[in-house]
Design a protein around this ligand. Sequence first.
Ligand code: TYD
Length: 205
Amino acid sequence: MHKARFISVEGIDGAGKSTHLAPMAQWIRAQGHDLVVTREPGGTALGEALREMVLHQPMNADSEALLMFAARREHVTTVIAPALQRGAWVLSDRFADASFAYQGGGRGVALAHLQQLELWVLADLQPDLTFLFDLDPATAHQRVVQGSPVLDRFEQERGEFFTRVREAYLARAQAEPQRFHVLDALRTPEVIFAEIKSVLLARFS
Ligand code: TYD
């Protein structure tokens, strides 16, 4: 049997991770793996309800962080952990790194609070591999504006916010180089996807 793997995909809004999710899932399944594809915030009925709130309702930064982790606890206990236990692979569109980047870097929520929540909510669960789509905020913003007519609370943020989010992501990647693979997201989707496949093959076959 194939060993269960947990893969997350991260990046600032507009970096292009969503473009790659379906092809990645298709490719992983074609290698013969049972795969659960999921997302955060979301992935469960409670998580999707909380997603609506955090994306659209004004709230303070600590409340936002707590709701992200509440959604994540439900996600971990009802979707991710059971899937991994039965030997399936899990591909998640964002996971805990997003809270360190957006609520920590972007909004300025204290790192110590996020670390406490991470310890509580994740216990010792971390992705085996995290792809970070790295792109400058100006290019990412152009892609967001072209792609969606209505912008959510995060997409409406300004360049400095996304500069801080990006820096927090890169700091996390630097602290855990064995878990992260940083992708230069300025390149064409074909080139990026080829790199993703070669990383998956090198790490997991
Ligand atoms: P995103 O994956 O960008 O959704 P979509 O591309 O389908 O609109 O996620 C929604 C937003 O949620 C995104 O702007 C980042 C934000 N977010 C946080 O701020 N903290 C978190 O912990 C997570 C998981 C997401």
